[in-house]
Design a protein around this ligand. Structure first.
Ligand code: HEM
Ligand SMILES: *[C@@H]1O[C@H](CO)[C@@H](O)[C@H](O)[C@H]1NC(C)=O
Ligand SMILES: *[C@@H]1O[C@H](CO)[C@@H](O)[C@H](O)[C@H]1NC(C)=O
Ligand SMILES: *[C@@H]1O[C@H](CO)[C@@H](O)[C@H](O)[C@H]1NC(C)=O
Ligand SMILES: *[C@@H]1O[C@H](CO)[C@@H](O)[C@H](O)[C@H]1NC(C)=O
Ligand SMILES: *[C@@H]1O[C@H](CO)[C@@H](O)[C@H](O)[C@H]1NC(C)=O
Length: 342
């Protein structure tokens, strides 16, 4: 037994926990069955280092890949769960749905490049679904946001769902609709307002906000309205505009300050500052970035565990854009035989 200290232990515990709390943020969300924070600690100990080191290089050349990877995470998880279904080629596939047309092909390639690097180091044991989550986590961190420790162990789907891709939230809808859309995934009002803060980085095409350009939305800041009107002569214009007019490349809480100044881009963004269930949270996050980061982390971890495949379900893909066919199964059996200890 350790010698009792002169301070009551409850006091020192309090001290330690409050020190932890103020020095770095840890999500209070627990992992779902089958996932674990140390899933690959024996089988692929360099996984997280390989991923972040490669992404540092990618973002140095192409900072826009950070938001592109974050939105891939969202659209993968929201449709049939975080199972890599969005990554699959199809004829048609999930990505051919209108709401997925903005998904960037170079960012999808980055996910497969990461898979290749990881497979070279560890063999085929890390799923494309896990790599997608790790890439989004690092995109947030390397853009100035919080470092989110994520549970791992997801497996890749054997199919995708075109139908479910139609359930993604729409930029033209109001909070009323947005809240219902997320509630169907057990994400509450706080989760929605925090997750919407992902629109602190990245860009959008004219057709996604043209409903506010013509006819001009009176609820939009006049300066922003002018900029958008000159960026988008028609809804078909292929131009884009920043989601966060203040700090478009930095993951911070300026998104909420934009909303308070009527500088949100989508109807779904700006209406968060109109609906009385969400307005207070917008004001709170605008004033307190640490609290925004905390709530964002909690919601990110929840979303990252939606309908995951674990255990013997699904598979570990050998290529992120196709399910393992007969040929690659044979090839991997040969790999396994070669790798047997002698
Ligand atoms: C509240 C409901 C949401 C709606 C209606 C919505 C809608 C959209 C739309 C229409 C775009 C532009 C797509 C394009 O023009 O290519 C976009 C971009 C983006 N969204 Fe959302 N989104 C929502 C929630 C989220 C969430 C939860 C996340 C992530 C956690 C997210 C992350 C992003 C990012 C990072 C971009 C920029 C992509 C890029 O620059 O390549 N969004 N969103
Ligand atoms: C995909 O596979 C899962 C598991 O086998 C199944 O429950 C689901 O219905 C399938 N989805 C589609 C769209 O075929
Ligand atoms: C959401 O927006 C779409 C497109 O503007 C519209 O057709 C639909 O009716 C809206 N949904 C609801 C429930 O209001
Ligand atoms: C929001 O939805 C509720 C029902 O869920 C409805 O009673 C209300 O009229 C809707 N409000 C708006 C502004 O659409
Ligand atoms: C938008 O731009 C068009 C020209 O492309 C111009 O005719 C129109 O007056 C502008 N509207 C506003 C509200 O600035
Ligand atoms: C929001 O406003 C409606 C009336 O528009 C009211 O019935 C409701 O109690 C308000 N809710 C909150 C949380 O303030």
């Amino acid at each position: 037994m350790a010698k009792p200290s002169s301070l009551p232990s409850s006091y020192s515990l309090f001290l330690i926990s409050s020190m932890l709390f103020t020095s770095f943020l840890v999500s209070s969300e627990a992992e779902v069955n089958g996932l674990s924070f140390s899933f690959y600690s024996q089988t692929c100990p360099n996984l997280e280092t390989i991923v972040i080191n490669h992404l540092k290089k990618v973002f140095k050349q192409a900072h826009w890949q950070a938001p592109a990877l974050l939105v891939i995470f969202f659209h993968d998880c929201f449709v049939q769960g975080c199972d890599g279904s969005l990554l699959l080629d199809g004829n048609p596939g999930e990505r051919d749905e209108p709401l997925n047309r903005g998904i960037n092909h170079k960012a999808l390639q980055t996910i497969d490049d990461l898979r290749e690097l990881v497979q070279r180091d560890c063999g085929r044991i890390v799923s494309c679904a896990d790599i997608t989550v790790l890439a989004a986590r690092d995109a947030i961190f390397l853009s100035g946001g919080p470092y989110i420790k994520v549970p791992l162990g997801r497996r890749d789907s054997l199919n995708f769902s075109i139908e479910e891709a139609n359930n993604l939230p729409l930029p033209y809808n109001t909070t009323n609709v947005t809240l219902k859309t997320f509630a169907s995934k057990n994400l509450d009002v706080t989760d929605v307002v925090a997750l919407a803060g992902a629109h602190t980085i990245g860009h959008a095409h004219c057709h996604t906000f043209y409903n506010r350009v013509s006819p001009p939305d009176p609820n939009m800041d006049k300066t922003l309205a002018k900029l958008l009107n000159s960026t988008c002569p028609t809804t078909y214009s292929r131009n884009t505009f920043h989601l966060d007019i203040r700090t478009p490349k930095v993951f911070d809480n300026k998104y909420y300050i934009n909303l308070i100044n009527h500088q949100g881009l989508f109807t779904s963004d700006q209406d968060l500052y109109a609906d009385n269930r969400t307005k207070g949270l917008v004001e709170t996050f605008a004033l307190d970035q640490t609290l925004f980061f905390q709530k964002f982390m909690d919601a990110f971890i929840k979303m990252s565990q939606l309908n995951v495949l674990t255990g013997n379900n699904g598979e570990i893909r050998a290529k992120c854009n196709v399910i393992n066919d007969e040929r690659s199964i044979v090839a991997s059996m040969v790999d396994d035989i070669v790798q047997l200890p002698n």
